[in-house]
Design a protein around this ligand. Structure first.
Ligand code: HXC
Length: 261
């Protein structure tokens, strides 16, 4: 549950299409958007990853359409966007959160392993933005791309994700310039280490957690609610003149000159 910093109606009447919206950080963002008035469409490769979120949102009186789509498959993405427009009549906000990740040393990673993560994160983000453009142009909507700070320095075992997220940041900047004139704002969020996520549980061995905590200027891991709050702000009218920004939400971690590794 998000805190009460924002008025509960800041996204009233908005329709948000959220990839990876069933679980993890983007699941939190989706739920927070619904708590603040947005109607949701959530997508993931597997419909079963969406059902718990759909039930939770509807249990609180919200609206949630669940559509299975692999973001790597442009036709499936187009279909999910079309279903959302058919269901709600429009799309105001797109959140690109679907991401692939595993730890692997560069000299052991296969080209297909590298390409798979780039396809999910980078090409997937492009596919969704591209498919949603017409709807967003009509609504004067906006896009929020979730990336990471991994590529600001160098993160061992994460060459594939670092390259993929650098590409996501490039998409944010390019589209903000190309689509701003169409009335579409494009921004991003780069989360640092966020606790209670599948990614952190799987990717960060417990002994490393303490070591990393000591290196975070704010002295703690982020919470999913920290990302929810940043997303609510960027999605709200309060951010109406913010375009092309990737907001780092990491407690100052990367600036300290240390990486995750
Ligand atoms: C090495 C691996 C691997 C691993 C897959 N591959 N897992 N290589 N180590 N652990 C390789 C495979 O061998 C294969 O290459 C290629 O990747 C494709 O594998 P598939 O299993 O066929 O692909 P697919 O099922 O489409 O997707 C696999 C996946 C995905 C990318 C691993 O299932 C996934 O990411 N799931 C986790 C989702 C997740 O946790 N998302 C949150 C991310 S958190 P070959 O050559 O053998 O064919 C995040 C935050 C960043 O991104 C910040 C964190 C610090």
């Amino acid at each position: 549950m998000t805190n009460n910093i924002f008025s509960k109606d800041i996204l009233q009447g908005k329709v948000a299409f959220v990839t990876g919206g069933g679980t993890g950080i983007t699941g939190g963002v989706a739920r927070a958007f619904a708590e603040h008035g947005a109607k949701l469409a959530i997508t993931s490769r597997k419909i079963e990853n969406l059902e718990a979120m759909k039930a939770q949102v509807e249990g609180h009186g919200g609206k949630c359409l669940a559509v299975a789509a692999d973001v790597r498959d442009f036709e499936a993405v187009q279909n999910a966007i079309a279903k959302t427009v058919e269901h709600y009549g429009k799309i105001d906000i797109v959140v690109n959160g679907a991401a692939g990740n595993f730890l692997c040393a560069a000299n052991e990673l296969s080209p297909n392993g590298f390409g798979t993560v780039v396809d999910i994160d980078t090409k997937g983000t492009f596919n969704v933005c591209r498919a949603a453009f017409e709807a967003l142009q009509q609504s004067k909507g906006q896009i929020l791309n979730i990336s990471a700070t991994l590529h600001y320095l160098a993160t061992p075992m994460q060459i594939h994700v670092s390259a993929a997220k650098a590409g996501v940041d490039a998409i944010t900047r390019n589209l903000s310039v190309e689509w701003g004139p169409h009335g579409v704002r494009v921004n991003g969020i780069a989360p640092g280490p966020i606790e209670d996520t599948e990614g952190m549980k799987r990717l960060l061995p417990e002994p490393l957690k303490d070591k990393i905590t000591k290196r975070i200027p704010l002295g703690r891991f982020g919470k999913i609610a920290d990302i929810e709050n940043a997303a609510l702000f960027l999605a709200s009218d309060a951010a109406g003149y913010i375009n092309g920004v990737t907001l780092v939400v990491d407690g100052g971690q990367w600036l300290k000159g240390t990486s995750f590794g």
